[in-house]
Design a protein around this ligand. Sequence first.
Ligand code: PA5
Length: 356
Amino acid sequence: MAASPSELTEQRLDPESIAAVDASDLLADVAGLPEHVRDAKWKVESAQLTPWDSPGGMIVAGMGGSGIGGLLARAMLGDHASRPILAARTYGLPAWTTPDVTVLCASYSGNTEETLACYEAAGALGARRVVVTSGGRLAELARADGVPVIPVAGGFQPRAAVAYMTVAALEVAGLCGAGPRMGSELDVAADHLEQLVVEWGAEGAEDSQSKTLARALCDSVPVIVGSGVTQPIAYRWKTQLNENAKIPAFAHELPEMDHNEIVGWQNASSLARFAAVFFDDADTHPRVQERIALTRELISEQATGTFVVASRGVTAVERVLSLVLLGDLVSLYVAVLRGVDPTPVDVIEELKGRLD
Ligand code: PA5
């Protein structure tokens, strides 16, 4: 019989209770985020890339847990990006792609067909290519073609390698002239993340922000709302809730949400239990902050709960990574509360297998 909402929220989230459900210890990889940031910098350095100039900017080609790194890197660069930084998340590059664009092909496994198609398309175009991967067909092709490879260690779930993918995208953006180099910001952010792991991790208080939020979301369909810098983080939370907690979750952005989705909330509670999480950040537009308050008020009767979560830290790199860490922990805790092993994503594997 399924656990009742109160049974779910009463369950403890201490290291032992988590280990009882988290059979493959995904928690260690999530809590390893600070170390991954530092190691990712070394991995980029080990590829010995010398700076080059890409007047057309950068495209990050990658799917799911690998593609998100490009979106997060672009958020971290914000107004400091001096050239376009775009994502390609399908079987090819945008029609306007020219040879003066750098194409970073990001695939943890190295076997994702959409990313392989982008790799081939970039080669046919004569665009400069860089690969970030742990191996697979992508690494084989890159070695054969003399394309530089930023290595990522094996043994992770692709989504747990988020720091590697993000740092690779950030560093390649700096190398090709699409933005400033952010090495020292990454060092500061890694130290900051270590403090947050203590506060929000398994050893943290039972009423920490991460555990409280997980209890609030574990029996609802979460809708995560970002804006500007936090928009890709809302998408990361949605995908982590999908893959770790195995629940539906959705992401939207303000101010756009106030022009459509807010109407749909009028009948939300007659369909399902929905909760809303809004992100606040130092760079959030003041009018968007007003919209967060008003939108919460207008949907609150239809929601099981509405929450505002503020990013932590000073620089954009710190702030983005703080929310990534919080979402990764919240999604893992929701999995534990629901008694679901957060690691396996069998249906993704099944679908990839059936396409072969
Ligand atoms: O989280 C996951 O496992 C997926 O979103 C994968 O990242 C996605 O399917 C792409 O695979 P890869 O990251 O190996 O390119």
